[in-house]
Ligand binder design. Structure first.
Ligand code: NAD
Length: 467
């Protein structure tokens, strides 16, 4: 399969990957200064296209400009600036101490790039989820091929233009196309794959990568629950819940998928949700300039098909505009919206009695990418923290656990493996090579044949050491 390079010549994906690997192995990005320069080029390339990026995500999914600016642009500046500031520290050798047998000698770990890293990204935060793992990959000294999602199309085009007009193909290149292109890239044997997308496609990617033992990081999705316990003040939490559901019209991997509400406070929850929703987006959500649209008809039909049963608020849809209203559903575990990740603005409510019941409900399902808990009760907080398993846990907040480069971002089990952001991204895309440097001055005959007297000597040593 042929790939278009920035020089407009055609080379195969295999040739491109080999070129990248050679570039890395010959020290193309060996120095910290060079890596910082490349990261700065990426920052400048984004900065000079801010308007085009905002426009692209608006055209793809009607994303309000403020949401686009915060999540696609500011987010990237933060990630890049943090990497530039800390790279010298991350990239240095790490000394380690040695046991008696290896003395005199020295040992250290040297972080080294894998080579050519393939990043496969989704459409929902097209710039952030493509470029933020790439910051870690470039900071670690790798060359990168990005295969953005073909869905939407405008964001894919701006990413290809931004990257291929800024970087030489042997350093960083965008390859576009459908799933056949992704498969060809994987079969062309990159040295590392970072995939962000659904668990179903994640399994295909891992299976194909395994054929050539290519290491993978999988950033996947699933149903992220939000527990609302009876001790909270609904007025204090409702904006956070509403925002966590409605940002990008619910098309956020760590967005709230469903709420588990303590029985006694269900009615207040519903009443406050509607009150706050009307305040934020108006009574007729379709008129709001602050609420996005569903990416395409396929997803529209999938999500709209889940609207059934006892609708507590919302429920309106308009296929011509790919609009789905913020819809609160009185649900149980058998409701259609509880059978798969919603990835849209529907919010099923399920009630529970005791916090242990909510925990059991979560434990009975796949490990979520994110778990949210709204409660000020320290015992409840501790119980949920210690007894549940998820990619991340945020207490009394939604989405903002990803707003710091000091916390890793990633899933566990069905929601993914591996993580990135800040230093964690650098480490994900580095092989920490152990180096032992032994002095020739002293040696021990304990190791070498003939072994005749070795056992007795060893026993003496062990006895002496355990005194
Ligand atoms: P997707 O899995 O359909 O697609 C992701 C990428 O895989 C795209 O680049 C697509 O072109 C490619 N792809 C799709 N089908 C393929 C196939 N059969 N073979 C090879 N490549 C294929 O996901 P999506 O619809 O783009 O995004 C939504 C999903 O991604 C949701 O499950 C969401 O939770 C998850 N997600 C996770 C994160 C995260 O950081 N953990 C972030 C965003 C989205």
């Amino acid at each position: 399969m042929e790939t278009m390079t920035s020089a407009s010549s055609h080379i195969s994906n295999k040739e491109l990957i080999e070129k990248q690997r050679k570039f890395v192995q010959r020290g193309g990005l060996r120095t910290v200064e060079e890596r910082k320069r490349v990261l700065k080029m990426l920052r400048d390339a984004i900065q000079s296209r801010e308007e085009a990026i905002i426009k692209a995500v608006e055209m793809d999914m009607g994303r309000p400009s403020l949401e686009a600016y915060a999540s696609e642009i500011l987010y990237m500046y933060n990630e890049i600036d943090h990497a530039i500031r800390n790279l010298s520290k991350w990239a240095g050798r790490k000394r380690v101490s040695l046991p008696w047998l290896l003395i005199p000698g020295k040992a250290h770990l040297i972080p080294q790039p894998y080579g050519s890293v393939l990043v496969i990204s989704p459409w929902n935060y097209p710039v952030q989820l493509s470029l933020s793992p790439i910051v870690g990959a470039l900071a670690a000294g790798n060359a990168v091929i990005l295969k953005p999602s073909e869905i939407g199309g405008h964001a894919e085009a701006i990413l290809a233009e931004l990257v291929n007009n800024t970087f030489a193909p042997e350093l960083f290149h965008v390859v576009t196309g459908e799933k056949e292109v992704t498969m060809d890239l994987i079969h062309s044997r990159p040295d590392y794959i970072c995939f962000t997308g659904s668990p179903a496609v994640g399994k295909i990617i891992m299976q194909e990568a395994a054929k050539n033992l290519i290491p993978v990081t999988l950033e996947l999705g699933g149903k992220s629950p939000c527990i609302v316990h009876d001790d909270v003040n609904m007025d204090a939490i409702m904006n956070r819940i509403l925002w966590g559901k409605c940002f990008n019209a619910g098309q956020t991997c760590i967005g709230i998928d469903y709420v588990l509400v303590q029985k006694k406070v269900k009615n207040t929850f519903v009443q406050k949700f509607i009150e706050f929703k009307n305040k934020a987006y108006g009574e007729d959500t379709i008129q709001s300039l602050d609420f996005g649209r569903i990416i395409n008809e396929k997803n529209f039909d999938r999500i709209a098909g889940m609207i059934s049963g006892d609708i507590l608020s919302g429920g309106k849809t308009d296929r011509s505009q790919k609009f789905i209203d913020i819809t609160l559903i009185d649900a149980d575990e058998n409701h259609p919206a509880m059978q798969e990740e919603i990835f849209g603005p529907l919010l099923p409510i399920i009630t529970y009695d005791k916090i242990e019941d909510a925990i059991e409900f979560i434990l009975a399902r796949e490990k979520p990418l994110a778990l949210y808990l709204y409660s000020n009760d320290k015992t409840v907080q501790k119980k949920v923290e210690e007894n549940t398993y998820s990619g991340s846990l945020a207490i009394n907040n939604t989405l903002l656990q990803v707003a710091t480069t000091n916390l890793p971002f990633g899933g566990v089990g069905n929601s993914g493996m591996g993580s990135y952001h800040g230093k964690f991204g650098f480490e994900t895309f580095s092989h920490m090579k152990p180096v032992l440097n032994k002095s020739l001055k002293l040696d021990t005959d304990l190791l070498y044949a003939p072994y005749k007297n070795t056992m007795r000597k060893l026993e003496k040593w062990v006895l002496w050491l355990s005194r």
